[in-house]
Each structure stands twice: as C-alpha cells, then as structure tokens.
Design a protein around this ligand. Structure first.
Ligand code: TYD
Ligand code: MG
Length: 451
C-alpha cells in the first residue's frame, strides 16, 4: 500500500501535489492543508451487476419511520426512509444536538432501537441535556467515542434502527493519518456510515458544523454522498430556528419546519405566521405585514422601516436586516425615479421583525410600503397586508402561489390584500370570501391604495 501526501483545499476539496498560498481551483487563500492519503485498493462491496431492462425494474417499497414531532414529517417527505443517510448542517450552538437527541428520544419511546454517538460531549454532558429534554429509559443507547472503526463495530453489534453520529468533524478513522475535521477524514466517516446505513437498513443521521461564511466546507463536500441534506438556521439571539431541506432523494425540497428553542428543547411552532406577527405595533408608521412563501408554505412576516435625516454631511446610510441589501437599494431607486420621492439626506433602515430572513421578490411591495409609510409618518391599517414583485419600471409583477398567500392572510384575520393585478385574475372570489383583494399595476397605484 502506497502512502502519499497531498494538499487538500478545505474550502472546495480540490487536491494539489504541493502547497500553495492560494487554491488554484476556488481562489481562497490559506485553505490548503497537508493530508496523508493511503491508497486503499478499490473495494468491491457490491456484487457484480448486469444491465437490466427498464420495464423489469421492480418498484422499491420504501418503508418510512414516522416522527412524533408532526411538523418534521413533511420535511422528510412523509417520514424517514429506512436505511437512508441524512446530513444535518448548521452553525455551532444552533441546536443540532438538541434536535437529534429529541428525535432519538421519540424514536426510542415508540419502540425503535436507537444508537446516539457523540464525539463532542461526554455521557455526563449528554445526560444533563437529556434530563432537560425528558429522556426516559426507552431503547436509547449512548456512546461517547471518536474512533470511527470502534463506533462502527459497536453499531454493528447493537444493530439499531436509528443511528446518530454527532458530529462528522469530531470523529476520525485510524486508516487516515490526517486530523479529524479535514476533508479526507470527513469523507471517510460519511462513506463508512453510508455503507453501514445501507447494509443494516439503519436510518442514519450525520451532524456537521458549518460556519456562516460556509468556510468549513467539510460537510458541504458530503452533500452528494448522502440521501437528504438539511440545514438548521437561525439567529442565536432569537428563539426561532428554521430547518430547511436542501436535497432529498425521497421527497420534495424547499420544505421547512419552524421551531422555537425553549428551556425544554425545541418546540415546533404550530402557527408560524401568528408567531412572527404577534408583537406587531398596530398604529405605528413604517410597519407592514407581507405574505411571503417559505419553502412550500405561506408565512406572514412584518417588514419595518425607519427613515431619519442623515446627521452631518456624508453618505446616507442604507441598512437592511433579513433582506437583500442590493435589492432594497434598487427598490429605493425605483421609488425615487417613478414616484418622485427623494431619499437624499435620509438614512434608511429596513428590518424583518423576529430575525426572519426573506429572500423573495414578492416582498418588494412590502419594503416600499414600509419605507413610504415611515417617510409620510402615516400608519398602514393593521388589517392590510401586501405582496408583489416590483420591476425596474415601477410595475408590479405577478408572483407564485397567490392563493396560498391570500388564504394565510385571511386565516389570520387580515381584511384587505394589496397585490399584483396580474394575480387577481388567477383567484376566484369564492375561494377567499372573507378578504378584499385589491390589484395594482404599478407602485404609484399601490401606494395610492395603501396610504
Ligand atoms: P446544541 O444542540 O448543543 O447545539 P449544536 O449541537 O448545534 O452545537 O444547542 C445549544 C444551545 O441550545 C445552547 O446554547 C443551549 C440551548 N438550549 C436551550 O436553550 N434549551 C434546551 O433545552 C437545550 C437542550 C439547549
Ligand atoms: Mg452539538
């Protein structure tokens, strides 16, 4: 067996025979790390296969394990497929271990055999968390171990239906001499767990830490190997967390579930729209409710704007939180040009309340409405909500899923929706009887209705 040294970029995973300050493949600086790679002979773990006619392929029967946290089932496309491998990524401290320990508890309570392996915390530490989460005696095995070969040996002995590895960066294979967390180690760990999951029909979960910049690309480089990729996101100083699907071989993507982190772990938020609107001021200028779509479902959010004169002479500030900065700047320019407001000498702050992130053009009209409302110091009535994409000529363009948006607004007691004229014709009045729909073709018209 030959041993060779390669330099692997920790950002994109490309190999290079010698060290360089800058990765030639992705252009990042100081990301090449020396790793020792043994050339392991190619292993034929699958029996030789023959080509087969398409019509002769039998449909695979997919058994799924239902999750007790109801809101999670759609994220997995209706439960967890037996023998599938799921990667859950997220920033450190966001709640990945908490979520998986809660899921492990529920699986164990409903009779599955679960093995939870932690390479990061001692059994005592896990127990402290487990007590908070109300872990009972069920069929839940815990193991604190960082050696991959030993972990797999235990897993094969216990043969659990659900296997959790926390985290892929903390565990190392003794076959490789590079340190834990490097790309080759992370890949080896994922590979081994993947084979374990398939051979034993154990539904397996890998936890991976990812920093905000995505600079720790270890887990990113695993996305093609696993069946399902989930990202757990949220702001640390807000209690809500979003679990988002990036890839799913057995179900739809762009589904998501919302949770609130409390003193007893994560709690699914049953009515997310109500959650994000609950502290909305009712008669203050500069606030508006918008109907957005997150994943495949509608979500009401509050956009707030603050316009105040720039102190001293200098460039006025433009700040956004939870919205794309460039898009907001573009919308302000459209308003200046098409409606005739001047924002010169005005600092403008735009914020999505509750730490939510809206990355949908359908919120354009909401951004403009909030800014103008503040500028004119005139409150938008609390029972009014808006949505619509705004184009460069100030036109309001149709957006997807108008019915879902209007229904969500109606169910929360909104009485009037100001929306793209083009979407109005797609809706039937009888589907949304309790709410008034007002179409607008351009922002001038819309602002005339709103304010
Ligand atoms: P954790 O699951 O350890 O995060 P990760 O595995 O993603 O690094 O969660 C860490 C945070 O969650 C920690 O700051 C404490 C908080 N927490 C609660 O607020 N309530 C709880 O019931 C638990 C278990 C944790
Ligand atoms: Mg953790």
């Amino acid at each position: 067996m030959k041993i060779r040294t390669v330099f692997v970029c920790q950002n994109c995973g490309s190999h290079s025979p010698k060290w360089m300050g800058r990765c030639p493949s992705c252009g990042e600086w100081n990301t090449l790390v020396e790793e020792v790679e043994e050339e392991v002979p190619v292993e034929f773990s699958f029996p030789p296969s023959d080509p087969i006619l398409y019509k002769d392929i039998k449909e695979a029967k997919r058994e799924r394990i239902k999750i007790s946290i109801e809101e999670l089932n759609p994220v997995f496309g209706g439960g967890i497929v037996l023998g599938s491998l799921v990667l859950i990524g997220g920033e450190p401290g966001i709640g990945k271990s908490t979520l998986l320990l809660q899921m492990s508890r529920d699986f164990a309570d409903s009779g599955e055999k679960v093995l939870y392996v932690s390479g990061e915390e001692s059994l005592e530490q896990i127990k402290i968390r487990g007590d908070r989460l109300g872990l009972r005696n069920g069929n839940l095995y815990l193991l604190a171990e960082t050696n991959l070969e030993r972990i797999i040996a235990h897993a094969e002995k216990i043969n659990p239906q659900v296997f959790v590895l926390d985290s892929v960066q903390a565990v190392f294979s003794s076959k490789l001499s590079s340190s834990p967390g490097t790309i080759s180690q992370v890949r080896e760990v994922a590979n081994r767990v993947f084979r374990f999951a398939k051979n034993n029909q154990s539904s397996s979960f890998l936890i991976g830490h990812i920093t905000k910049e995505g600079s720790l690309a270890g887990p990113k480089s695993l996305e093609h190997m696993v069946d399902v990729v989930l990202y757990f996101e949220g702001e640390r100083d807000h209690s809500h967390r979003v679990l988002r699907v990036l890839k799913n071989r057995f179900g739809p993507v762009s589904e998501l579930a919302l949770f609130e982190m409390g003193s007893r772990g994560l709690q699914a938020i049953a009515n997310p729209s109500a959650f994000f609107l609950k502290e909305r001021p009712t008669d203050e200028a500069g606030s508006v409710a918008v109907c957005t779509i997150k994943g495949s479902r509608p979500l009401m959010a509050e956009i707030q704007a603050l316009v105040s004169s720039t102190l001293f002479s200098g460039n006025p500030r433009r700040m956004t939180i939870g919205l794309d900065h460039f898009r907001a700047a573009m919308l302000l320019a459209i308003v200046e040009k098409k409606v005739g407001f001047s924002f010169a000498g005005e600092d403008i702050y735009i914020n999505v309340a509750g730490g939510l992130n809206i990355d949908e053009p359908a919120s354009d009209l909401g951004v403009i409405a909030a800014v103008i409302s503040c500028m004119k110091n005139k409150a938008i009535p609390p029972e009014v909500t808006v949505f619509g994409e705004v184009g460069l000529s100030g036109e309001i363009r149709s957006v997807s899923q108008p019915l879902a948006r209007v229904k969500e607004a109606s169910s929360l007691g909104f009485r009037t929706v100001i929306m793209p004229q083009g979407n109005i014709s797609q809706l039937e009045k009888k589907d949304v009887p309790k709410i008034e729909l007002l179409g607008a073709k351009n922002i001038k018209q819309a602002l005339g209705i709103i304010l």
